[in-house]
Design a binder for this molecule. Structure first.
Ligand SMILES: O=P(O)(O)OC[C@H]1O[C@H](OP(=O)(O)OP(=O)(O)O)[C@H](O)[C@@H]1O
Ligand code: HPA
Ligand SMILES: [Mg+2]
Length: 183
């Protein structure tokens, strides 16, 4: 699949699987007495992580999705976050856990936290599979982090470059020729 486009595998399918199980166990322990856990997956990037995470979570949770976009077909954030699809229901009084694939500049998440906080959830936390170094500088509280990764553009397991590579089962970096070939 995508022969020759992937320069290196950063995180294997098995490493992702093990991490998802570990994060789900942690979340399960933390939300034992809370009840009413509502997962908010951020489309489209978080779709693989969200569905695997929800199935690995021992306790029941409701699934909601929100679609926002700040990258378009570029490899750097425009900083302008747009809601492409809002939540279908009210989250007031719910224990909300945002499920993200990656925190890069942190702009998407800081905007999202502000937006969801204004809807008065009982609690609001974040679980991200990946985090890049710049995100640490932005003051966004992230309770659960799968992997801290280097500052390189990555694809796979939901993450795209120009809408491609989301369907890879692992996370990797792209061969530079992909950025210049204009496909
Ligand atoms: O921390 P940031 O620099 O804001 O970047 C992180 C966000 O960017 C990506 O989404 P994107 O806007 O590309 O939409 P997508 O999920 O549909 O690919 C990713 O899925 C995160 O939501
Ligand atoms: O490294 C990345 N890859 C894909 N999408 C992204 N959105 C923010 N950072 C990234
Ligand atoms: Mg994207």
């Amino acid at each position: 699949m995508y022969d020759g486009d992937i320069a290196s595998v950063l995180i294997t399918e098995q490493q992702i699987k093990d991490k998802v199980a570990e994060l789900a166990k942690q979340v399960d322990e933390d939300y034992q007495r809370g009840g009413d856990l509502l997962l908010v997956g951020v489309l489209k990037g978080a779709v693989m992580f969200m569905t695997d995470f929800a199935r690995a979570l021992p306790q029941p949770a409701q699934l909601e999705f929100m679609a926002v976009s700040s990258y378009g077909s570029s490899t750097s954030s425009s900083g302008v976050v747009r809601i492409l699809k809002d939540l279908d229901r009210d989250i007031a009084g719910k224990n909300v856990l945002i499920v993200e694939d990656i925190i890069d500049s942190g702009l998407t998440l800081s905007w999202l936290l502000k937006n969801l906080r204004s809807r008065n959830p009982a609690s609001l936390e974040v679980c991200t599979l990946l985090r890049k170094p710049d995100a640490v500088q932005v003051d966004v509280p992230v309770r659960y982090v799968g992997f801290d990764i280097p500052n390189e553009f990555v694809v796979g397991y939901g993450l795209d470059y120009a809408e491609r590579y989301r369907d890879l089962p692992y996370i990797g970096t792209l061969d530079p020729k992909v950025y210049t070939s204009g496909v």
